[in-house]
Design a protein around this ligand. Structure first.
Ligand code: PEP
Length: 257
């Protein structure tokens, strides 16, 4: 079985501050080492200062692998798209990753699965690794439609990009009913869905299915993380609320390591 390095990604959403970046890095300096890969996705306007803070503290962070990510990007390359940020700009400001298709973007900003697939393509074209978010609503889960919804969201991207594009991507399973609600999926529910997603990809390419890292997102916190992260198909977490507390976030990285 492939050994997959865990990933803990912070999604600050429209919160946080330059000061939070400093606090998080100070806490990492106190942690001797972590084997988990850490991705911090602040609002884009903070990327520059975080990049500078990372470089300022680099000699004290050599035992950690901390990368920057963005929470969203345009599916267009450049041009007259007021308010948008391109993949090339994110790359210029130090991003290696970008969250694609977060449910808040799908739900509140009308991002269709088609646009999500286009963003995925553009992210890779710009040298960024997409973190593709998928997840079912409470109504879909209660109607036993969880796998159908996930299949639909995965297929929308797979059909456009092909399986090999997933060799350089992460998937985040984020059930909508668990995001920001304080009510996490149980470790059993998370494992069941992660195994389904992996199986779905393995059927097309055993190589990609075994290798891809699938993160769980939805009210992850230090008190529930160990139980979630030790499930065989859960390769870490995408963390919203708890990533805004520097101690909690660094603690989550320690638990995942
Ligand atoms: C998220 O929005 O990606 C998320 C997982 O949020 P929270 O951890 O707050 O549920």
């Amino acid at each position: 079985m492939a050994t997959r390095r865990p990933v803990i990604a912070a999604n600050w959403k429209m919160a946080g501050s330059q000061q939070l970046g400093e606090e998080v890095l100070e806490k990492f300096k106190l942690l001797p080492s972590s084997s988990a890969e850490v991705v911090i996705c602040p609002p884009s306007v903070y990327l520059d200062s975080l990049q500078q803070q990372l470089s300022k503290h680099s000699s004290e962070l050599v035992n950690h692998r901390i990368s920057l990510g963005a929470q969203n990007m345009s599916h267009q390359e450049f041009g007259a798209y007021t308010g948008e940020t391109s993949g090339a700009m994110l790359k210029e400001f130090g991003c290696s990753y970008v969250i694609i298709g977060h449910s808040e973007r799908r739900r509140m900003y009308g991002e269709s699965s088609d646009i999500v697939a286009d963003k995925f393509i553009m992210a890779q074209k710009m040298g960024l690794t997409p973190i593709l978010c998928v997840g079912e609503s409470l109504a879909a889960r209660e109607a036993n439609r969880t796998f159908e919804v996930l299949n639909g969201e995965l297929n929308a991207v797979l059909d456009k990009v092909g399986i090999m594009a997933f060799d350089n991507a992460l998937i985040a399973y984020e059930p909508l009913w668990a995001i920001g609600t304080g009510k996490s999926a149980t470790p059993e529910q998370a494992q069941e869905v992660h195994a389904f997603i992996r199986q779905r990809l393995t059927e097309i390419s055993p190589f990609v299915g075994e290798k891809i890292r699938i993160l769980y997102g939805g009210s992850v916190k230090p008190s529930n993380a160990a139980d979630l992260f030790t499930r065989p198909d859960v390769d870490g977490g995408l963390v919203g609320g708890a990533s805004l507390n520097a101690s909690d976030f660094v603690n989550l990285c320690r638990i995942a390591s």
